[in-house]
Design a protein around this ligand. Structure first.
Ligand code: C2E
Ligand code: CA
Ligand code: CA
Length: 695
């Protein structure tokens, strides 16, 4: 409106309707003074001729009086130039944005000042009408938009982003950005899937179908590049709606995330892959298992879980070496891949433990078919280092079908089935059945009872004599644990074997056995009972701390019992199992101190005597299963010969009759332990037994 008013006045003058210069100026002066906006009139000599009320009110030229040189008010040289051009060349409209100072005390404002020349008929400038408009609000918005624009540009540059904007009405595509690689891909015309790698298209198409107008959507996909270079792109896209509510613009941002993707992959490989077999690890398995549980809960999907444990893996590792063990695990991973469907999650949970999650099953048969295939594959021998060896696996399976059951129990159920498969002799698969749980519950109950019985001091030691064949003298006793149960009477270890297999309880029982045996020896020593040596059985768990030798020394010292009075019995499985270095070191220390070392249950494990040579062994105890089985006579004979040749004394366990005794004596066996001489007896009966023996 302001400018329109000016234009009328100026054009009036241009039209030359007024001839008298003074009159004309006067008319302008009047106009300016009455103007309902900020205006000033400057004559051809730059003198301020008139100002409007608003001009004064806004304090636009507070220091100027009418008649003063207007140029003094123009601090900006460009403003000055504009004014001069306006006066001298008569430029009809010279505009300039000047920053003026508002009224004293008010915040600084932005004024847009326009100069309009009023010219006479000859084209000379009569005067200049200066108008000023407060454009602060407008300018700020413009400034802010410009800053946003700059910021966006900086962000795009910094982040190597591509922007693609499509006018959905005209189909016009606009692209900008700084990544030349992406730019090529940004200009696709029709189908956005054209730029997506074929392998990622289905996934993308699905995501795009699900997208809602007006919502931002993020995709990550590989570009469909002819040169085969893998380029990962992250894209965020949004459709903007027009005033009519219909999609108007589609804006997409693209970013090359190949590097990040590679890094994440590397990290994920570290976090989710077992380096040896390349299979997913336990963390990944847990994730997938949760997904299966969710799917089953939401859609009632039937899924199966299979736990696989290599039979006697430890022995393979110990006897054939870790290389062979690793080769076996890798071969097994291949077999698992071959046996199960591509969509099944095959994971290595650790050690020789593998698990498979099978989703989308229809029946138990669906689950067991690949298990059968795996067992077929396992029957083929594995070649390693020019040798071939055979392996088997125990397999536990559980199926989640009952929608009311808690699917998270699946892992426990499959474990129970696996436990059962091992218990039934390994090399087989067992599908979980709820009745199996009770067996496990019984075990848990037993461990609880044993714990209470330890506290109630219900465990005692019985002693079984060891007799030297040559001298026919009692050379010692083996301390054997008994549970003096308040209701069930005296129980042998086969009733609480699970306690010896439990890490925590076997330590407690071992402690108790040691302490009790030492107290007993002290007592017999004090009473002059000639018991020889007492043999104490040591479980694997007791070696684990690495402090066993130390503890034995301390205990012997505390009870003042000489080392020469003690024998420890260690099974070959303990020698060959986990931490055999610790075991070896402990045994060596004890042996040096005078403790006798007996190798227990010889022949039942997988170690050969050659493997055991590194350990100091004084006594070789032939397991009673060999002694009692006449078909094993040759083995017994060979073991006795071998043991003697290696400087060990050989003890035969489980000798129940005179015939067995004679046979063993004939083979050159040194010592005998068995019901033939005596069953294990309470400590109180030992002095009487010794007195009566040999009479
Ligand atoms: P083991 O160390 O092999 O002990 C010998 C087992 O053979 C004892 O069984 C003993 O009673 C039995 N035995 C001895 N002579 C004969 C015989 O002529 N005929 C038959 N049929 N059996 C005979 P027990 O006392 O039931 O102990 C079983 C196993 O429990 C032991 O086998 C040992 O492995 C374990 N055990 C016993 N006490 C302890 C202990 O204090 N600590 C540890 N870690 N294990 C123990
Ligand atoms: Ca023993
Ligand atoms: Ca034994």
């Amino acid at each position: 409106m302001t400018r329109a008013a000016l234009r009328i006045q100026v054009s009036t003058s241009d039209a030359g309707a007024v001839h008298d210069l003074g009159e004309t100026l006067h008319a302008f002066e009047t106009f300016v003074r009455r103007a309902p906006f900020a205006a000033a009139l400057v004559d051809a000599d730059y003198r301020l001729a008139a100002v409007s009320v608003d001009w004064t009110a806004h304090g636009l030229t507070p220091d100027l009086q009418v008649g003063d040189d207007f140029r003094r008010a123009l601090v900006n040289p460009e403003d000055l130039a504009s004014l001069e051009r306006c006066v001298e060349q008569g430029d009809a409209f010279a505009r300039y944005r000047a920053v003026g100072q508002g009224a004293p005390g008010s915040e600084s404002r932005i004024w847009r000042t326009e100069f309009a020349a009023a010219r006479g008929e000859d084209g000379t400038t009569l005067a200049v009408i200066v108008t000023a408009r407060d454009v602060s609000g407008y300018a700020e918005t413009a400034l802010r938009a410009e800053r946003d624009q700059q910021r966006l540009k900086m962000a795009l540059e910094l982040d190597d982003l591509m922007v693609r904007e499509v006018d959905l009405r005209t189909g016009e595509v606009y692209c900008s950005g700084t990544s030349p690689e992406l730019e090529k891909w940004c200009v696709y015309k029709n189908d956005p899937l054209d730029i997506v790698h074929p392998d990622d298209r289905d996934k993308m198409a699905e995501l795009m179908r699900a997208r809602k107008d007006g919502h931002a959507q993020v995709f990550e996909f590989r570009l469909n590049r002819d040169d085969g270079v893998e380029t990962w792109v992250r894209s965020v896209g949004k459709k903007f709606l027009g005033a009519d509510g219909k999609p108007e613009r589609l804006v997409n941002l693209f970013k090359d995330i190949t590097d990040r993707r590679r890094q994440t992959e590397a990290v994920e490989n570290l976090a989710f892959k077992d380096p040896l077999t390349g299979l997913p690890n336990r963390a990944y398995f847990n994730r997938k298992f949760q997904e299966a549980v969710d799917a089953s809960e939401m859609m009632g999907e039937l899924f199966g879980l299979i736990m696989i444990d290599v039979d006697h893996f430890k022995d393979i590792n110990d006897t054939l070496g870790h290389d062979a063990g690793d080769a076996l695990l890798k071969r097994l991973a291949d077999m698992l891949h071959a046996a199960f469907r591509a969509g099944d999650t095959v994971a290595r949970l650790g050690g020789d433990e593998f698990a498979v999650i099978l989703r989308g099953l229809h029946s138990e048969a669906d689950m067991m078919r690949p298990v059968g295939a795996l067992q077929d594959l396992l029957r083929r021998p594995i070649e390693h280092g020019g040798r071939s060896f055979s392996v088997s696996a125990s397999i536990g399976a559980a199926l989640h079908g009952d929608p009311d059951a808690d699917p998270t129990h699946m892992i426990k159920n499959a474990d129970i089935a696996l436990y059962r498969a091992k218990d039934e002799g390994r090399n087989r698969s067992v599908v979980f059945d709820p009745s199996m749980r009770s067996a496990l519950e019984q075990r848990v109950e037993l461990l609880r009872d044993v714990r209470a019985a330890i506290a109630a001091r219900e465990f005692v030691l019985y002693y079984q004599p060891v007799v030297d064949i040559g001298s026919h003298a009692v050379v010692g006793f083996e301390a054997l644990m008994r549970w003096d149960h308040p209701e069930q009477g005296v129980l042998t270890p086969d009733r609480f074997m699970a306690a010896f297999e439990d890490q925590d309880l076997s330590l407690k029982l071992g402690d108790m056995a040691f302490e009790t045996a030492l107290r007993q020896m002290r007592e017999w020593l004090d009473h002059g009972v000639e018991f020889g040596r007492v043999a104490v059985n040591i479980s694997a768990a007791q070696f684990r701390s690495g402090r066993l030798a130390q503890e034995v020394h301390e205990r012997l010292a505390r009870w003042n019992v000489p080392h020469e009075r003690l024998t420890i019995e260690v099974t070959e499985n303990v020698y060959m199992g986990w931490g055999s270095e610790t075991v070896s070191e402990t045994v060596r220390q004890l042996h040096q101190a005078g403790v006798m070392i007996a190798l227990d249950d010889f022949g039942t494990g997988y170690a050969s005597l050659a493997n055991l040579r590194q350990f100091p062994i004084d006594r070789l105890k032939i397991d009673k299963s060999f002694v009692q089985n006449q078909e094993d006579a040759a083995i017994v004979k060979a073991v006795i010969t071998l043991g003697s040749s290696m400087g060990m004394k050989v003890v035969a366990e489980g000798v129940e009759d005179h015939l067995q005794l004679q046979t063993l004596a004939g083979y050159g066996c040194d010592q005998i332990q068995g019901y033939h001489f005596s069953r294990p007896m309470p400590a109180g009966m030992v002095p009487g037994f010794l007195e009566g023996f040999g009479r």
